[in-house]
Design a binder for this molecule. Sequence first.
Ligand SMILES: NC(=O)c1ccc[n+]([C@@H]2O[C@H](COP(=O)([O-])OP(=O)(O)OC[C@H]3O[C@@H](n4cnc5c(N)ncnc54)[C@H](OP(=O)(O)O)[C@@H]3O)[C@@H](O)[C@H]2O)c1
Length: 340
Amino acid sequence: MSNVAEKVCVTGGSGCIGSWLVRLLLERGYVVHATVQNLTSPINLSDECRKLNIFAVDEAETKHLQALEGAETRLHLFQIDLLDYESLVSVLVDCSGVFHLASPCIVDQVRDPEKELLDPAIKGTTNVLRAAKEVGIGRVVVTSSSSAIMPSPSWPADKVKNEDCWTDIEYCKQNGLWYPLSKTLAEKAAWDFAKGEGLDVVVVNPGTVMGPLISPRLNASMLMLVRLLQGCTETYKNFFMGSVHFKDAALAHVMVYENKAATGRHLCVEAISHYGDFVAMVAELYPDYNIPRLPRDTQPGLLRAKDGGKKLADLGLEFISMEKIITDAVESLKSKGFIS
Ligand SMILES: NC(=O)c1ccc[n+]([C@@H]2O[C@H](COP(=O)([O-])OP(=O)(O)OC[C@H]3O[C@@H](n4cnc5c(N)ncnc54)[C@H](OP(=O)(O)O)[C@@H]3O)[C@@H](O)[C@H]2O)c1
């Protein structure tokens, strides 16, 4: 255990990746301030509650967090709105680090991209960083995505994509790819802020994250797997770059936080692969499901690479294989009743 009683904040702590990160941080002895979003039925908090830091939260959203080992004494839950700066400052006070995960993760079409994706991602990130700067946070880990690395059609065809590669903003705008646009602009805003204000920021760029669910709701990547098991033929041409286990995504965040020598972006995938490779392995492991036959090359121009997550591997992360990611994810979906 490295940081007994060090206080850190996890925005988006109720989400699929956030829950795994909260669990890992509690296991390592941290005190964790985890945020959940003010959901559909806002709970009006009295001023007295605010003063006492008693925040009412939607129990269904947080029961799984409160059941984690160490949660009783070292987990504190807060309701926040990423667009409400003051709500963020109050959560970050006394913390030495922040993991900023909260961001809408929607790859399906949205009606209002500005409101549903771009504002919470970009303004939300800037607000978290401003609040972190105001209260004197030491290091902020920002959860970006492989969606801030691709689609990048102008990247040299003979060069494996890596952390130097950025998603093509104009291509996203022209093709209505709002999620990659939101993650790319949010990450760019984070780097601009870090440079301009001298804040210590480090970034993790996970690929498609899957595995056993701790949280009660499905995220976009687990939903993708459910749809595949039901026969969906979508190829996620502009979205897929490789897969990563929930456990490794969480561990990557902790590693780049604790290792002060870690700098810049960190692509977090067990390998750079095509969705077609993933689908073929699901079909092989689960022949009883109606898995569609897709071409192997579903991501035009994407070169495969076993060591796509090299920067994290150099920090000591031993990536869980695609086979185990799939079996852990499918068995979890079965046991929780999402598929039969
Ligand atoms: N899933 C993947 O494959 C993947 C891959 C790469 C990167 N990422 C990134 O990882 C992060 C977590 O994703 P996830 O897969 O764990 O998704 P998730 O389960 O949907 O979690 C998203 C979290 O963000 C919170 N959030 C969203 N909008 C918010 C807002 N306006 N104000 C406050 N909180 C807000 C959600 O709160 P509520 O639950 O209360 O709504 C939830 O806790 C995101 O930044 C996502 O872009 C995900």
